[in-house]
Structures are given as C-alpha cells and as structure tokens.
Design a protein around this ligand. Structure first.
Ligand SMILES: Nc1nc2c(ncn2[C@@H]2O[C@H](COP(=O)(O)O[C@H]3[C@@H](O)[C@H](n4cnc5c(=O)[nH]c(N)nc54)O[C@@H]3COP(=O)(O)O)[C@@H](O)[C@H]2O)c(=O)[nH]1
Length: 824
C-alpha cells in the first residue's frame, strides 16, 4: 500500500479558495446577468425599433405617395418626441431630404457614425436593416420609403434613417447592475466571512491545536494534550493523538528510567572498572578487542589503548595467545565461563595471570577479566605449606603426617613388613617454657626437630603434632628388635644437651612405639596406640621408650570413662566430702580432720580420688570440684564448731591447677568470712607439685593465704624433691610426712632415720609435723618417741562421713586418754 499522500496548506487554501471562489462566482453571476439582460434589452429595443420603423416607413411611403411631404415632416417631428431618436431623417441616395430642421443635424450625426463605424453597407440594401453600433450605443435603422416599389434603380431609393440612442438604457442597466453587484458582493463577503469563521473555528483551530500538540510532542514536551470535543474527525484524531501522546509519554518515562538505569549501570561499571585492579576486555566474535578497561594502569603488559582493535595473538606472546584462542573457542562454543592461567614476563618479572572468559548473553561478544594472581599464587602456596607444615619447625604437621602414615601402611601391607609410629614427647618441656620463656621453648622445639630429622632416613617422616609432641614414621622393618634399636637411638639422641645461644639444655624424651600390623591397622588407631604408649613411657620415669600393649589401652579407656562421668558428677550430686580425724600424737586428742573427697559415680561406682583427682587436674574440672570441697568443708566446720562446741581444725587439699585460678584467695577468704570461721582453723595442704613450677604467682598466693591467717601444710613430704628450699622460702606451718615412710619405719631403719630427720628439721623451722598413714600402735609409739606432733591414719579412723565424724568426735574425745594410752 502506498502511504504517500499529498498535503496542502488547508488554512491558506480554504481562505484564498473561499475568497477567490466568491469573487469568481459573483463576477460570473454579475457578468452573465449583465450580458444576458443587456442582450435581452437590445433585442427588445431592436424589435421595437424595427417594428416602429416598418410602421413609420409604411406611413411615410403613403405620405410620399400622396405627396404630402409636410405630413412626413410632422410625423418625423412626432417621433422625435421620443428622445431616444438621436437622428431621424430621410435620404435619397446619399443626400438628405430636408424635411425638417433637425434632419440636417441628424444626417450629419448619421454620416459621422456611418463613417466611423464603417456601416455604409446599410445604405445599399433595399430592405429594412438595423445595425447596432456598440461603441456609440446607437441602433442605426435604414428602411426604404420610396413611393413606388419596387425601386428599380437603387440610386433613386428614398430611405428613412434613424439613429436610436440606447445609451441611457445602458446607463440605467449599469446602475441597476452595480447595485445588484454591490449587494451580491456584500452577500458574498458575508458568506466568505462566515465560511472563513466556520473553517477557522471548526477546522483551522483544531488543526492548529493538533499541530501545536504535534510540535510539543516532537519537541519532547510529552505532557501536552489537545482538548477537542464533539463527534467529528478532529475529535477522533485528537483522542487518538492524546492516546498516542500518552503512550509516548509512558514509553518516554520508561525510556527515561531505562536510560537512567543504563546510565547508573554504566557509571557503576566504570567505577567497578576503575576500582578493580583487573583488566577488562570485550572482544568481538572474531576475537578483536573492542574495549579495554582497568583501574590499574601501571604494571601492564601493554597500555589499555594498545589492545584496542587488536587480537590477543597480535599483542601477547605465542604461548599466552594460544591459550587465549583455545579458551575463546571453548567459551563461545559451550556458552559458559572458561578460565585459564598463563605466565607473562613484565619488566623482567615473571608473573602469573588468570583470565576468565564469559560470553555476554544475547551478543556475540565475550568479556574477559584478567587478574594478576602472582601474589595470590604465592600466598596459596604459603597457605598450602601452612596447611601441611608446622610453622615453627617447618616439619610436616599432623595432617600431612597422617597422609604419609596412610601411604606407609599401604606400602607395609604390600611388602608385608612392619611400619612403626614413634610418638615422642619432650620431658618437662613445660618447665622450660614456664621458666625460660616461650622463645627459648620454641628454639628447643626447632633444635629437637632438626635432631630428629638428621637422625632418620630420607624415606622416613618426622612430624610435629603440636606443643612438644613429635612423631616419626618408619617402615620396612622385619623384626621388632630392629624397632627397639631405633627407639634406643632416638632416646640417646638427647643424651647430648641441646646448645642454644651458648647455653646447654639438657632435655630428655619419652617415646611411645606402636607397630603395624601388630598393634593396629589404621593410621588413627596406630597413632592413638603410640600416644598411649608414650604416656606409659612417661609414667615409667621418662627418658625412655615404651611399646604399646593392650593393658595401656584399657587404662586409657578407664581414664576417658572417668573423665566423661566426672563432668556431670557435681551436677548429679555424686561428690561427698569425708573427714579423716587428725589427732595429737601425745594425748590422742582429736583436734580436727583432713577433708577427703569421695565420688559415688552412678555409672562407675565408687572411684578413688587417687584416680579421679589427677584426671580432674588434667582437664581443669578440679577448679569447680576444689571449690565444692572448700565450700562444703568450711560450712561443715562452722556447723561442728557450733554443735560440738570445739575449736575443730580442718585440713583441705589444694591442687596445683587451683592456683591458676586468679580468684582463688578471694574465694577462700569469702567462704571463711561467710561462715564466720577463723582462718587459722583452716589448713590448706599442697604437694610439692604445686611448688615445682616455681611460679611467682604460687608464692604470692601462699604468702597472701598465710597473711590472711590460714595454716599451710606441705603434703606428702619425702616423695618428691623434698627440697629444703621449699621449706625455707614458703610460709608452711605444717609438714606432713608421706605415709610410705611411716609404713617403712618398722622395716627400714633408713626410713625411720629419714622420719627422724624430717621431724627434727621441721621443728627447727618451727613447723608442726603430721604423720600420715599411722596404722599401728608401734608406729604411733615410735612417732611419740620421735616427738612427732600429730597423726592421721587407720589406727584411729578411716575417713568418715560428716555424720560419722561428729559421732566419732563426741565418743573419742570423751575417751581420748584411752586412745593415747591404751593403743600405745
Ligand atoms: N586436691 C585434692 N586432693 C584430694 C582430695 N581428696 C583426696 N585427695 C587426694 O587424693 C589422694 C587419695 O586420697 P584418699 O584416697 O582419700 O587417700 C587418703 C586417705 O584415705 C589415705 N589414708 C589415710 N590414712 C591411711 C592409712 O592409715 N593407711 C592408708 N593406706 N591410707 C591412708 O591417705 C590419703 C591421704 O592423703 P593426703 O593426706 O592428702 O596425702 C590423696 O593424695 C589425697 O590428697 C581433695 O578434695 N582435693
């Protein structure tokens, strides 16, 4: 369909068309009306004139025939009364017959008219002839009036000639038509004006409004609307234009929002491009780079501009370009993210780059993001190294060790040889750390690791599990005796001191040995067996090795079961404090007791404190448990002091771990205050183990307790270092001789001598002495002889419940002399 149509300027066309048509039509009407009326008038006058002249001609012919010439003159004069006759005369041939005075003038006028208008032929006819001379607006009528007819000789013909003037008629006709034309023109003007008004209001104005709105719309003023009411085409057009405008406006708004969003995204992309150190490329389907952005302009292989309109093959070395081309093909064909890594040398430095190629949806282009991953790779390698190697010693860590152990077990399985895990722990390493600081401790660990590494084969593995624990993995053994040799060798490695900063460190190691497939056949189990064996080696006196056996495992299981049950013991109300009476050796008087904890486990039955206290020590539960003993005992002492009306004194054991509680002193002081107990009625027993660490904090705590009035007792004296220094430096009031010496006193003179020495030494330091484990009257007697102060043991009583103790106290103190003397 041809949509091409021609438009005209409707306003001008209608205006001028209306005006011109009006003018033309009115002119034509007027002209036509004028001409037709004029012609009709002329025709009428010509007919009247012809008729009148025929009548006159006949009359004159008659008069001429009668010879009544005067009558002719009179008749002519009568006709002159009609003033339209400009001339009326009779001629014979070319000469006028003077019948009246007017004939001469009329003839002259006639002659002039005839000549000027060349109508002389009118005189040649023998019939009536009427000629109209428009220029003069005269009718010329000639009619023969000869008395005899027919006239043979034309020259003798007498003719009546009349000039009939119709100019007045013309004038009147013109005036009449001028008036009509004026009216018609006025009418036409009004009609035209009406038409113009009509077209103005109903055509031009709507069109103008439509054009204006069209203009507004074209100049982006899309809110513009046109208001045209009615039913006409313009109203329909306006409505459609408004709808179109509304659609346009909505589209424009959407377009605007889209553009804003696009602009925002573009700005975002630009910011991202500039914020990121990555290099962004956009490439066409033919691999030509069309865009290149980056926030980091330095350190590039080429400047971003140099990449534009190039292909990777044009700018990158062959190997990198080849990788790129393969990746571009892959990303394009599979429509998925493709990633490559490639090396480049920039300013003499080897770098590694990562490129991610992603197809842009609905486009044939790809976006490529290039990132310098040199540092990241290095960090990954470092992280990877950290994941598998110990940061201090740079030895394989537990994770890698377990991997290698798995491999070794497979090898051992194939070769049917023995594989071994040596689980090594540095003896007393904690002491090094605590006394000399962690820096020295670290150096010792590094030196130990190096010593291990130097002592083993290349195929073996030394690993650090953490702290002072190492493992050595070996395989290919045929006999257990070979393994013993290695274990020996490892122990002896440390018989030479470790030299650090011109200082020698004497350390020893304890080794647990587990053998595949004799002890276990999985890496975890084998390691666990070696660990258990190592603990046994420690128990066996350290500085040695111990092979794993089943019994160890049972002990370990028991330990784990105790640990689990102990965690809920307090909450389950399974703990109870027993009290073992303490008495005066000389008179047998019960003056107090030692608080001893008992555990009635619902799952394990009664468990000895000798078994569970060390475990509670290890896992820290002793802090809460110790507080329970303190609180219960102090509360009990308070009750007894009231009910028994005796100044009872009670000894409470404190574990080494409890001294790590910074609030220990405060807690004890508070408990005593709450129960209104005199602090000197509470004796706090500690073992040498508390003092071994030599921590200033322990000394400070003991001093504070002493200052607060608490009595301090050194428990199990003789079993540990039994250092005199401890007795001199710490404010002990009481020294408890370990029950093993009391038991041995009867069989060993050395033990008795030792007990004698301890008692004397304590007394010389103004300390009281308690003999533990007094079971017989012989022991009691000897202790009395040795001037020991107090005793405690089954001779008098086993540990009792609070209730039993109260009853026992009441009974015994009534019979104290009986005890003192009858049992001696
Ligand atoms: N830190 C804490 N340690 C505590 C607490 N309660 C107990 N213990 C310590 O546990 C170890 C074992 O104690 P227990 O089994 O109670 O043994 C004590 C006595 O029952 C026992 N005893 C006493 N007289 C005799 C005797 O004549 N013969 C004999 N064979 N045994 C006897 O000796 C232990 C006394 O120990 P102590 O005086 O403390 O050295 C033990 O080390 C307790 O200290 C606690 O609450 N906290």
């Amino acid at each position: 369909m041809n949509n091409k149509v021609i438009a005209i300027n409707l306003k001008q066309t209608l205006t001028w068309g209306t005006v011109l048509c009006g003018l033309l039509i009115s002119s034509l009407i007027i002209a036509y009306s004028y001409v037709s009326q004029r012609d009709m008038l002329l025709s009428t006058y010509q007919t009247q004139l012809t008729h009148s002249m025929r009548h006159l001609g006949k009359h004159l012919s008659t008069e001429f025939a009668k010879g009544n010439i005067s009558q002719v003159s009179l008749t002519l004069e009568d006709y002159y009364s009609d003033d339209k006759y400009a001339a009326l005369f009779i001629i014979k041939n070319d000469l006028v017959m003077k019948l009246d005075p007017q004939s001469e003038a009329g003839f002259n006028l006639f002659t002039r008219v005839i000549k000027e208008h060349n109508v002389t032929s009118a005189l040649d006819t023998h019939d009536l002839i009427t000629v109209y001379i428009p220029a003069k607006q005269y009718f010329v009528t000639v009619i023969p009036v000869s008395p005899t007819l027919p006239v043979s000789d034309s020259d003798d013909v007498i003719r009546l000639v009349a000039l009939y003037d119709v100019s007045q008629i013309y004038t009147s006709l013109k005036q009449q038509f001028t008036a009509k034309a004026v009216i018609l023109i006025a009418f036409l003007v009004l009609l035209t004006a009406g038409l113009l008004s009509f077209t103005h209001y109903f055509i031009h104005r709507p069109i103008k409004r439509l054009i204006d709105v069209g203009h507004d719309l074209s100049t982006k003023s899309l809110t513009s609307r046109v208001q045209i009411t009615g039913q006409g085409e313009f109203a329909v057009l306006a409505e459609q234009l408004n709808k179109t405008a509304q659609t346009l406006e909505q589209n424009w708004q959407q377009q605007l929002q889209t553009n804003q969003e696009l602009a925002r995204r573009h700005a975002l992309m630009t910011s991202v491009f500039h914020a990121l150190p990555d290099l962004f490329f956009i490439i066409n389907s033919d691999s030509t780079i069309v865009e290149c952005h980056t926030g980091k302009k330095d350190d590039l292989y080429l400047s971003p501009e140099q990449f534009i309109h190039k292909k990777m093959a044009d700018v990158l070395p062959h190997h990198a370009a080849r990788q790129f081309n393969q990746a571009i093909n892959s990303a394009t064909q599979q429509h998925q993210l493709t990633q490559i890594e490639y090396p480049l040398t920039i300013d003499g430095q080897n770098k590694l780059f990562e490129a991610r190629l992603s197809p842009i949806p609905n486009s044939e282009q790809l976006v490529i993001v290039v990132r310098d991953i040199t540092e990241k790779k290095k960090q990954e390698e470092v992280i990877l190294h950290h994941a598998f190697y110990d940061s201090l010693t740079d030895l394989p860590n537990r994770f890698l060790a377990m991997e290698r152990l798995t491999q070794q077990l497979s090898t051992a399985q194939r070769s049917e040889a023995l594989a071994v895990v040596f689980f090594i722990d540095l003896d007393d390493f904690k002491r090094i750390n605590d006394t000399l600081g962690h820096e020295i401790g670290d150096q010792v660990l590094v030196a130990a690791g190096e010593r291990f590494t130097l002592s083993i084969r290349e195929q073996d593995t030394v690993a650090r599990l953490g702290g002072d624990e190492f493992i050595i993995l070996m395989n290919g053994f045929d006999h257990v005796s070979d393994i013993t040799c290695v274990a020996d060798m490892l122990v002896k490695l440390f018989h030479e001191p470790i030299e650090l900063n011109d200082r020698d460190f004497n350390i020893s190691i304890s080794i647990g040995v587990a053998v595949y497939p004799l002890d276990a056949d999985t890496p975890a189990e084998l390691l666990s067996c070696a660990d258990t064996a190592m603990y046994n080696a420690k128990k066996n006196g350290r500085n040695g090795y111990c092979f794993y056996n089943q019994e160890m495992s049972l002990k370990l299981s028991r330990q784990i079961a105790i640990e689990e049950a102990l965690r809920i013991a307090l909450a389950e109300d399974e703990l109870e404090v027993f009290y073992q009476p303490q008495f005066n050796i000389n008179n047998g008087e019960i003056f107090g007791a030692e608080a001893l904890l008992r555990w009635h486990s619902k799952t394990l039955g009664s468990v000895s404190p000798a078994e569970f206290i060390p475990i509670a020590e290890q896992n820290g539960l002793i802090i809460d448990i110790g507080l329970f003993v303190l609180a219960t005992t102090i509360q009990q002492v308070n009750q007894w002091q009231k009910s028994l009306q005796a100044n009872l004194k009670v000894a409470i054991n404190l574990s080494p771990r409890q001294f790590k509680d910074p609030n220990l002193i405060q807690k004890i002081a508070l408990l005593v205050d709450d129960r209104s107990i005199a602090s000197h009625d509470i004796e706090l027993e500690i073992t040498e183990g508390v003092l071994i660490s030599g921590q200033a904090q322990v000394k400070q705590a003991l001093d504070q307790l002493h200052e607060l009035g608490f009595k301090l007792a050194l428990d199990d004296f003789g079993t540990g270092y039994s250092s005199l220094n401890y007795l001199r430096h710490y404010p002990f009031d009481v020294l408890k001789i370990d029950q093993s010496f009391i038991a041995d006193m009867l069989v060993s003179t050395e033990s008795q001598a030792l007990v004698t020495t301890i008692i004397n030494m304590a007394h010389s330091l103004s300390m009281k002495v308690v003999a533990e484990g007094v079971e017989t009257s012989t022991q009691l007697k000897i202790l009395q002889q040795l001037a020991c102060d107090f005793g405690q043991g089954y001779l008098v009583s086993k540990p009792l419940t609070a209730q039993q103790f109260e009853a026992f106290f009441r009974t015994q103190n009534t019979n104290k002399k009986v005890i003192a003397h009858s049992r001696l």
